[in-house]
Write a protein that binds this ligand. Structure first.
Ligand code: ADP
Ligand code: MG
Length: 392
């Protein structure tokens, strides 16, 4: 590789004393609509953001794996290198129990699939905010899977990359996430949202260019992440599985909006009814949003964003006081639509706004957070960026 000014490449050189073979990057994502539907075989509509995990990497001649992250400094300011033997990369191992697991677990997953992989030197530099609901973890998994595919000549498709990345998070790191984040990081394209039908395993690029019609997508990172998130996520999954079992279907995807009343009668349990109602109505909202975007009616999707938030707040119960406040203030100060985005219990909201209203709405959210004594939120405009790719 010829010289590059990338910080991942610089970090690689200063850490390992050599030029990296290549440079790859993969984005975080924001979900326009379709929350908690992915593990119910449902519909989602995320887009890639222009914050990315950058990776510089080279193949080694032995079975040693070394990794360094620009975002993992020692207290003394140094950048420690983590070093493992390929054979020791198994679930539950030291590598799996820290940040390195999101990268190195990919090598375990690839070996599980019978791929021949060897040692690697890896330098990571990511601009995806951690724990903001923007999926920094999927960016790490996808960029590593793509780099390994290229370096070991595996020729993996975008779909395979997403699935290997998801299994790495599920089975190696131990987080039971659905497939949306990894599919978004792997398969999104600039200027489009990604309509992913999990059951049909189809992805469709849906043109989504708010700037072209004077709009903007505002993402408010509340910088609050409630500790109960992981446990509650697992509980939601179990409730959905329990509801599907009671209804005699493989997943809640098999209940559509016309069958909702009948399903409610069968469930006869308040919590299961509300969880099911969220998934069924959310799938319908995703489908409606895709139709509106295809028809060029971007303003029309606002009502679905608002309804999605109410459904997450009241039926799925995954929002938080900070998230609800951000959404309410955005809506009250002129947003076309607003909702929480991501797994919930903190993280970020997304608001579709007119460009001329952006600063007013942002200032109102900041002011409301200050008045409520919440952390200062981080507010950014985001537009659909490219998925994982080789940069050099
Ligand atoms: P998110 O919503 O951002 O995906 P997760 O908890 O799923 O949150 O993943 C965040 C984890 O990913 C961090 O705790 C860390 O282990 C790892 N991670 C993300 N970015 C980096 C980075 N730049 N360097 C090292 N580890 C990172
Ligand atoms: Mg994550």
């Amino acid at each position: 590789m010829s010289t590059t000014t990338s910080t991942a490449a610089d970090l690689f050189r200063s850490t390992f004393g050599a030029e990296p073979t290549g440079l790859w990057s993969a984005p975080g994502r924001v979900n326009l609509i379709g929350e908690h539907t992915d593990y119910n075989d449902g519909l989602v509509l995320p887009f890639a953001i222009d914050s990315r995990a950058h990776l510089a990497a080279s193949v080694r001649t032995d079975d040693t794996v070394r990794v360094v992250s620009a975002q993992r400094r020692d207290p003394d300011g140094g950048l420690p290198v983590m070093e493992f033997d390929l054979a020791d990369l198994v679930p539950g191992s030291p590598a799996a129990q820290q940040w390195s697991g999101y990268l190195l677990g990919v090598l375990w997953t690839l070996r599980q699939d019978g791929h021949q992989v060897g040692g690697l030197d890896i330098a990571l530099d990511s601009t995806v905010p951690v724990g903001a609901g923007l999926s920094s973890s999927a960016a790490l998994e996808c960029v590593t899977t793509l780099a390994a595919s290229d370096l070991f000549g595996l020729g993996l498709s975008k779909d395979r990359i997403a699935r290997i990345a998801q299994r790495t998070e599920n089975d190696f790191v131990g987080v039971p996430c659905g497939l949306m984040d990894q599919m978004a990081s792997s398969a999104c394209t600039a200027g489009n949202a990604l309509f992913f039908d999990v059951q049909a395993t189809t992805v469709t690029q849906v043109p989504f260019d708010p700037e072209s019609v004077g709009l903007a997508v505002m993402v408010v990172d509340t910088r609050v992440h409630h500790q109960l998130a992981d446990g509650e996520y697992a509980k939601r999954r179990r409730s959905c599985e329990e509801a599907a079992a009671k209804l005699g279907v493989p997943s809640l995807r098999h209940i559509d909006i016309d069958g909702l009343d009948a399903a409610i009668a069968v469930l006869a349990d308040d919590v299961l009814i509300r969880r099911t109602r969220h998934i069924v109505t959310e799938n319908a909202r995703v489908a409606a949003t895709v139709e509106l975007l295809a028809a060029g009616d971007m303003v029309g999707i606002g009502a679905h964003l608002d309804a999605s938030h109410v459904s997450m707040r009241d039926d799925f119960e995954i929002t938080s006081v900070e998230i609800d406040l951000a959404v309410e203030v955005a809506q009250a100060t002129g947003a076309i639509g607003a909702r929480m985005t991501g797994g919930g219990f903190g993280g970020s909201i997304i608001a579709l706004v007119r460009q001329e209203d952006f600063d007013t709405i942002a200032a109102a959210v900041v002011e409301a957070f200050a008045a409520a004594d919440y952390p200062v939120p981080v507010i950014r405009a985001m537009s659909p960026a490219a998925g994982a790719l080789r940069d050099a």
